[in-house]
Write a protein that binds this ligand. Structure first.
Ligand SMILES: *Cc1c(COP(=O)(O)O)cnc(C)c1O
Length: 220
């Protein structure tokens, strides 16, 4: 990791008002500490076990964001450790997060992951599923989760117009959902879009959190 590159990148991101989630999956604790010492506090991991191990070895004021697909049976281990879960893609998962958060006497920040790509391999709720979730009685009763916004992953392509259109669609949906379900709710404000290959496009479409790995830490 190159210090000057990191600083330039951070400035580019912060200029738009967005924040950087440094995606440290597969990277050693030494690399994380190096970035921590430059002031970085938000780190993203996609596996609960790896997050737990690193959590135990690194400073307590790191905010750990879980960004990868989360299985219901892993929530118990994640619940005391995470400051935000980006990848909530079902009501069932949210029910479990709420339950485990309650057991830990805390409220867990969550983003609802929306499917915006045209690939079968990516997870996420459809707009219809999102509405059903938000209108469900179960959701209404949850006291230990806080929905902070939406997350999405664009199609893995060189076609910047296509990526831009996907991000724009999610930005619009964010506005509609805010208006219909979270009006006046100060917590619902995050749009987690953009990875190393497409973060510049994401910043143009309202990203408040960009999740960057390889552009900071090098290729995995
Ligand atoms: C790995 C990962 C990233 C970061 O990917 P890079 O291309 O290395 O920036 C972002 N979001 C999710 C969900 C990931 O799993």
């Amino acid at each position: 990791m190159n210090t000057e590159n990191y600083k330039a990148l951070l400035q580019e991101i912060n200029q738009t008002g967005a924040s950087l989630v440094a995606v440290s999956k597969t990277k050693p604790v030494e690399s994380i500490l190096e970035l921590y010492n430059l002031g970085q506090r938000i780190f993203g991991e996609n596996k609960v076990q790896e997050l737990a191990t690193k959590h135990g070895l690194l400073p307590a004021d790191i905010e750990w964001h879980l960004i990868g697909h989360l299985q219901t049976n892993k929530v118990k281990q994640a619940a005391p450790l995470v400051s935000m879960i980006h990848s909530v893609d079902s009501l069932k998962l949210l029910v479990e997060i709420n339950k485990q958060a309650e057991r830990n006497n805390r409220v867990i920040n969550c983003l609802l992951q929306i499917f915006i790509a045209d690939e079968e391999t990516k997870f996420g709720l459809s707009e219809q599923e999102l509405k059903e979730l938000l209108q469900s009685e179960e959701f209404e009763g949850m006291k230990n989760i806080r929905i902070c916004g939406l997350m999405g992953m664009a199609t893995n392509t060189d076609d910047e117009e296509k990526i831009g259109a996907e991000f724009e669609g999610l930005q619009k949906l964010f506005g509609v959902v805010k208006e219909q379900y979270f009006k006046g709710n100060d917590y619902f404000k995050e749009l987690s879009i953009g990875m190393s290959s497409d973060y510049k496009i994401a910043l143009k479409h309202g990203a408040t959190l960009v999740r960057l790995g390889s552009v900071i830490f090098g290729e995995r």
